[in-house]
Design a protein around this ligand. Structure first.
Ligand SMILES: [Zn+2]
Ligand SMILES: [Zn+2]
Length: 359
């Protein structure tokens, strides 16, 4: 079916904005005259080691071919990360917390049923009551986007998808055995398809890393006086703050999954800036996102946070009771992972594969 002229114009404007932001981001991250950083990437087709410029690899991976066999060095958007394990992209702080939670001594069968009734059933019943279940008949376009994100990350289980009403732009995931993804309607009003794929990829990151399982476990521990368990009792902070801190680290892991699903750093950052108030529909000229000033703002915050003085302590204090890290922090973590972490390795097919689930 032909597109309405208004839709076409919107799409064109989005593409134009994407190109502008792409150029801006590249300039601010790798200014000319600083020298171009390079990285060695092994070809997944012929094994040849290629030295490639990092800015090109990050911004336009689809244009980089192997010098030996001419095959695409990085996976295209159509290629899933087959067998990808969440361990490949876990944020360090998330990994450390998960290791503690994984070491909680529990009877496997008991854990299974407790979590099913503490986590899966209440959520399923709640969304069945108050949200709209989506499938091939109900909102098939949304279901197709969910499936696209799932396939790109090669997440093996198809979740139940719900659309729920809310003025707050967010999505959420729950369910230990039977995953549920809930998309809030305001996201559909404001986000383009590639941005939704980034958001849905973020949610699959939570599922992939079994965050709902450990989130449920954490809440069961909190409710049942889990402080009796020695390693947690040794933690000096109140327990709920320990879990909140882990939750914030888990969000950084999920942001990485979002990027792996949409495979565009600009799109991932655009989503975060929209959450922060940018790019409002109907007022896009007045709230048009610019990358360069925001990256400068993020760097200013990072400098303050890393400081030893009162400002550094204050910055830490401000995030202590939050479930999500602040936007500027999320953007910086993502950029640092792309520049210095294993993002490009994963994109080239070099990543840890998962083992079958054991719980
Ligand atoms: Zn090759
Ligand atoms: Zn999240």
């Amino acid at each position: 079916m032909a597109q309405a002229p208004q839709e076409e114009a919107q799409e064109e404007a989005q593409e134009e904005l994407q190109d502008e932001l792409q150029d801006e981001l590249r300039t601010v991250l790798w200014p000319e005259g600083d020298g171009t950083p390079t990285r060695v990437v092994s070809c997944r087709h012929c094994g040849l080691k290629n030295r490639i410029p990092v800015p090109d690899a990050v911004m336009t991976p689809e244009r980089i071919d192997c010098g030996g066999c001419s095959g695409a060095l990085f996976l295209t958007r159509e290629e899933p990360f087959e067998g990808l394990s969440a361990d490949a992209y876990l944020h360090g702080a998330d990994r450390r917390s998960l290791n503690v939670l994984r070491s909680v001594p529990v009877v496997p069968g008991l854990l299974h049923s407790v979590l099913r009734y503490a986590g899966d059933r209440p959520a399923q019943l709640m969304f069945l009551s108050e949200a709209i279940r989506c499938d091939e008949e109900q909102f098939p376009e949304l279901v197709a986007l969910v499936d696209l994100a799932r396939k790109r990350l090669d997440f093996p289980v198809k979740p139940t998808v719900y659309l729920g009403e809310s003025p707050h732009m967010n999505a959420l995931t729950t369910g230990v055995e039977e995953p549920v993804v809930v998309v809030r309607s305001s996201l559909l009003d404001q986000m383009a398809d590639d941005e939704l794929v980034a958001i849905l990829g973020h949610e699959f990151g939570h599922l992939h890393a079994s965050h709902p399982l450990y989130r449920t476990m954490a809440s069961v521990l909190l409710r049942s006086g889990g402080t009796a368990w020695q390693p947690l009792r040794l933690v000096s902070l109140p327990l709920h703050r320990v879990f909140l801190r882990w939750g914030r680290a888990a969000e950084l892991t999920a942001d990485r999954a979002g990027l792996l699903a949409c495979r565009s750093l600009v799109t991932s950052i655009r989503v975060l800036l929209t959450f922060a108030g940018g790019n409002r529909p109907g007022t896009t000229d007045r709230t048009k996102i610019r990358m360069e000033p925001f990256i400068r703002q993020c760097r200013e915050l990072a400098k303050i946070e890393s400081g030893q003085g009162l400002d550094g302590m204050l910055a830490e204090q401000l995030s202590m009771d939050r479930t999500h890290p602040h936007v500027a922090r999320r953007v910086m973590h993502l950029i640092n992972w792309v520049r210095y972490g294993n993002y490009l390795n994963i994109l080239s097919g070099d990543y840890r594969r998962r083992r079958p689930r054991t719980y």
